[in-house]
Design a protein around this ligand. Structure first.
Ligand SMILES: [Zn+2]
Length: 423
């Protein structure tokens, strides 16, 4: 019983001491310590793009840039470290924008756009896009809903109630480049603050006062989002281990974004390589754990999902670990050591009787691993060709020993020898 009383007391103390909007209002730099990327969409497309332009000639990229600059000023004043992907009417490649955002290690990415319709000048509504399926990207969806609500509250649209938060997979089957290439590290959205192809919409979007209002909308949404705390999961791994022991439970220390661990107990999920595990929550310690599934893979990846008591979700970054197999694979430090180890394994392999198939197979795989590893550690080394020859030979033996069809792999290996090491 006592176990259940404690968190209640703690949470009351906690809410009084540092919770909520009071904290924000009394703090002159509420976004101190946060990295935010603001990406004004497009740029310098006037010469060739006849689509992203309103009936009176206002171009989307110009509106995007004005709003982004006003917003950057507000965020910087509030203490955020802001990266603006372009500050002028120039084009930055989509890949370049994503690289900038990643280098900046942002806590949030906001790409500012405005919408156009080639065949319906009446349409004018707000849309916020997130990447992929909502269930895999909950933090971006959280921010998307906050932003949409703020747009509807303060901005003017011809069809305000028709706006929505949508997956970017509705526009492109693999999503938008900017969100797809940043999602591994940070939550992000594309905001579409109305249609410039609607004549009334374009008139509004041309107005500097309305651009400032839109910047204020983004600013308020960002404040609200961060005020709800940035919940995180951190893997707990004993320092003495270099790899993750899959016989032990995998554990994550959760933080609700306020230095504590008040979470919605029904929101937890742990995935191993995309497959759900049964997660257990220790609310006293704030530890979420699960029993991993054994695997022969060299690497294993985990994602943690959970929502803090204010409704913000953990952004499910992938935590990648070596398994024991992977650790053995990488623990050899130089190509020379790997090659020598492969040679001695080859001797051991040749001395085992063919009737002992399990042992023969184990040694064959180990030998193969080490010849391949020597090439992975040093692409070109004095014995590289010999390593490739031995790999081809071992693959042929493996095919015979285990009666496998390795034709494709053997062909690739023969091609490598022919094309990369001609004699
Ligand atoms: Zn756009």
């Amino acid at each position: 019983m006592l176990k259940h009383i404690f968190p209640v007391i703690f949470s009351l103390l906690f809410l009084v001491s540092c919770g909520g909007t009071d904290f924000l209002a009394n703090h002159d730099k509420p976004l101190q310590g946060l990295n935010i990327t603001i990406d004004p969409g497009h740029g310098a497309t006037r010469a060739y793009d006849n689509f992203r332009v309103g009936p009176a000639g206002e171009r989307e990229e110009w509106i995007n840039l004005r709003v982004a600059k006003y917003l950057t000023k507000k965020l910087t004043r509030a203490g955020a470290d802001v990266l603006l992907t372009r500050a002028g009417d120039r084009d930055i490649s989509l890949g370049g924008r994503a690289t900038l955002a990643k280098r900046h290690q942002s806590d949030l990415l906001v790409s500012i756009h405005h919408n156009g319709s080639g065949n319906d000048p009446d349409i004018d509504l707000p849309i916020v896009y997130f990447f992929g399926p909502a269930s895999k990207n909950p933090a971006s969806v959280d921010f998307g809903h906050i932003l949409l609500a703020e747009m509807r509250k303060q901005m003017v649209f011809e069809q305000p109630s028709a706006g929505a938060v949508y997956s970017d997979h509705l526009i492109y089957s693999s999503g938008t480049s900017i969100l797809r290439n940043t999602i591994e590290l940070m939550p992000g959205v594309i905001g579409e603050g109305g249609f410039f192809t609607n004549p009334a919409g374009e008139r509004r979007l041309r107005s500097r006062a309305y651009n400032k209002l839109e910047a204020e909308v983004y600013f308020q949404a960002i404040l609200t989002y961060f005020d709800r705390g940035l919940p995180t999961a951190t893997p707990v791994i004993p320092d003495s281990l270099k790899y993750l022991d899959l016989n032990d439970r995998v554990q994550f220390q959760l933080d609700d974004g306020f230095g504590s661990h008040f979470f919605d107990g029904t929101s937890f999920e742990i995935f191993q390589n995309g497959e759900p595990l049964k997660a257990a929550w220790d609310e006293m310690l704030g530890i979420l754990s699960a029993a991993p599934v054994p695997t022969q893979e060299q690497q294993v990846s985990f994602q943690v999902f959970g929502r803090n008591f204010k409704g913000n979700s953990i952004h499910p970054v992938a935590f990648n670990f070596l398994t024991e197999t992977g650790d053995l694979w990488y623990s050899v430090d130089s190509w020379r050591t790997a090659f020598q180890r492969a040679d001695s394994l080859l001797l051991a392999y040749n001395s085992v009787d063919s009737s002992d198939v399990p042992e023969k197979t184990r040694l064959l795989d180990e030998t193969l691993h080490h010849y391949q590893l020597s090439l992975e550690l040093q692409i070109v080394h004095p014995k590289a060709r010999l390593a490739e020859v031995r790999i081809l030979d071992l693959l042929e033996q493996k095919q015979k020993l285990l009666k496998l069809d390795l034709a494709e792999q053997l062909n690739i290996q023969r091609q490598i020898l022919l094309e990369y090491y001609p004699q």
